[in-house]
Write a protein of this length. Sequence first.
Length: 153
Amino acid sequence: RCPDKVFDDPGYSLGCTYTCKSGNPGDDTEYWGIYAEATVCVDLENGDPSKFNHIGTCENGKCVQYKGGNLEQVWHTLPALRGQFHDCPDQSSTYPVDNCLFICKKSYQGGKDGYFYGIYLDYNQCKFKGGPGQCRSGLCIDQEIAGKYPIEN
């Protein structure tokens, strides 16, 4: 097994595990290790940014999404939503989106790639628990509530 380590590439870690080799001559086996607890991560289906499951933090080698009942209150304080990870240009969609966040992959000097997030613009339609919703600052909220509270400048 590889030693646990801190993720130091740009953006989110893609999952919470990594592979390494032992360094012993003749041993070509790939071993695995986990990133440090609370590392910000993204969970993508087969590593495809267009098939975004969730962002979260690493816990025991798994990328865990925040599941608290007070999501609206803590949204802007979640570690995975810090400004350093918002590096995709915001966009809109003519169709309701499943998630008001999306993931993009960017290449950096030294050949490193990083995963970052962007948001669908405010008022973009989204799917809120099977019904209509509206994107607000990257969070999908119930259309009924959104209609009562317009965004103030």
